[in-house]
Design a protein around this ligand. Structure first.
Ligand code: PA5
Length: 449
């Protein structure tokens, strides 16, 4: 099996000589602090050795529940937000058919997502779509109290019970939540749903290799054993004893911190050339944004889909403020083969491409853009993924997780908390007159007058 590769040469050329290597001691110290549990947020390190500690028996248990849902449901709604949804969606979309919901796949249930917004139209249209469907629900919330998810779940539970009857609904609703706390746990225990526990020491955005990600991914028909194997192999490949020159996570953490502090590169754009990877970038944005953006520090994680966004954001990237760098996920081999046809009339003038794979054109766009952006002053980091399958996606996930843990520690923040996320919730509850928020309610309504 191959391994994901990292190429930082076109980023290092923007830095003073030896600048990346100069980070080696800091990166090493950060990795040791993670390993020894001496870093800030050390009660949230359960993800660190998660891949290598998942047992085949546990994966069989997850698979068995997935099989039941697959058998009983034509649609499975995954309700969750942030870390309780992005990982599953990212992997399902990266591995699945781009037109999954249109192709009438009889072998796999359709997976849809809810509980990640409060759009009334979204929820109304979802409920309309589900009306004639045998659907089930995976309700995912670590705290068990997140408004977006709880709101969607209440609606979905009611509809599922109305359509299937309470007793049958019970068999197609699964809760993934805390072992003891929260409304999701209370409801699951009372109704007798099958449940999985999100370990206390694994934070939401690091939880994709717990049932939070594994169950929806298995429901979608993907191989969770291969996914975990890939992650476990990357865990070994990025272990603290692996020399800096061979440790791609250590190098990634070093180069992005060097670009940030030495060159003032405050924005990292995660770029893909495969539309299927859009949600991998969304997952990455949350992982790095919520982990590093604190104490008025941190690289802003952005994302672009190329070549699509070269026609919208390309100008800014080429010639806008030079505060950005790019990290490109480059997929070596597409799963499918499509040759560009010859045309007798050649009206579009594209016969020079006849007989080539579409991916060859994509690759030349990628290389051409790389050079253009580097010439325009945009450092480039390249993450090369051999192909989009469960094993390599597993590697990619762990690579970004460990890279984030190291990088946040080098930056000097606690990468495992998210105190800033509470501010909007407090205001929203006060505005909605939630019991317990009476004091804030009056003051906040006054401010909006
Ligand atoms: O990474 C995190 O901790 C957050 O993004 C959470 O996953 C998100 O807020 C959802 O929280 P919960 O799972 O408690 O509903």
């Amino acid at each position: 099996m191959k391994r994901i590769q990292l190429d930082i040469t076109k980023a290092a050329q923007f830095l003073s000589e030896g600048a990346v290597k100069a980070y080696e001691p800091k990166v090493k110290a950060a990795q040791e602090a993670l390993e020894n549990g001496t870093c800030p947020g050390n009660d949230f390190l359960g993800w660190l050795h998660l891949p290598s500690s998942i047992t085949p028996q546990f994966l069989d248990e997850v698979q068995a529940v997935a099989n039941t849902l697959r058998e009983k449901c034509e649609v499975i709604v995954v309700a969750g937000i942030g870390g309780s949804y992005l990982g599953a969606r990212a992997i399902i979309e990266a591995l699945g058919n781009s037109f999954a919901w249109l192709v009438g796949d009889k072998a796999n249930p359709t997976i849809v997502f809810a509980g990640n917004n409060i759009g009334e139209d979204y929820l109304f249209e979802l409920s309309e779509y589900l009306k004639d469907k045998r659907f089930g629900v995976i309700n995912i919330s670590k705290s068990g109290t997140t408004t977006e998810t709880a709101l969607a779940f209440r609606l979905l539970k009611k509809q599922c019970e109305e359509q299937r009857g309470k007793s049958e609904a019970k068999d197609v609703i699964v809760a993934i939540t805390d072992a003891n706390r929260g409304a999701a746990r209370a409801a699951a225990d009372k109704e007798g749903y099958k449940t999985f526990v999100i370990p206390d020491n694994v934070g939401g955005r690091f939880s994709v290799l717990t049932p939070v990600g594994l169950l929806p991914i298995a429901c979608a028909g993907f191989d969770i054993k291969a996914l975990v194997n890939g992650a476990a192999d990357m865990e070994k490949a990025t272990a603290p004893n692996v020399p800096f020159e061979e440790n791609i996570a250590a190098q990634y953490a070093a180069v992005r911190n060097a670009l940030y502090t030495e060159q003032g590169k405050k924005i990292e754009i995660m770029v893909n050339y495969q539309p299927k990877l859009h949600f991998i970038a969304e997952w990455w944005k949350q992982l790095y944004g919520e982990s590093e953006g604190k104490e008025h520090k941190g690289i802003f994680p952005a994302a672009c889909d190329f070549t699509t966004d070269l026609h919208s954001m390309g100008q800014w990237i080429q010639e806008g403020e030079r505060s950005i760098f790019e990290t490109v996920i480059s997929v070596e081999q597409p799963a499918k083969k499509l040759l560009f046809p010859s045309d007798d009339e050649n009206l579009d003038g594209l016969n020079f491409l006849a007989g080539k794979r579409v991916d060859e054109v994509n690759k030349m766009a990628e290389l051409g853009t790389l050079l253009a952006h580097v010439d325009g002053g945009v450092p480039n980091i390249r993450v090369v993924v051999p192909e989009l399958n469960e094993y390599y996606i597993g590697q990619l996930i762990y690579f970004f997780e460990i890279g984030c843990g190291i990088s946040g520690n080098v930056l000097g923040v606690n990468p495992f908390n998210q105190p800033g996320v509470e501010a909007y919730k407090k205001n929203m509850f006060a505005l909605l007159d939630k019991p317990g928020y009476e004091a804030e309610s009056k003051a906040i309504k006054e401010r909006l007058k």
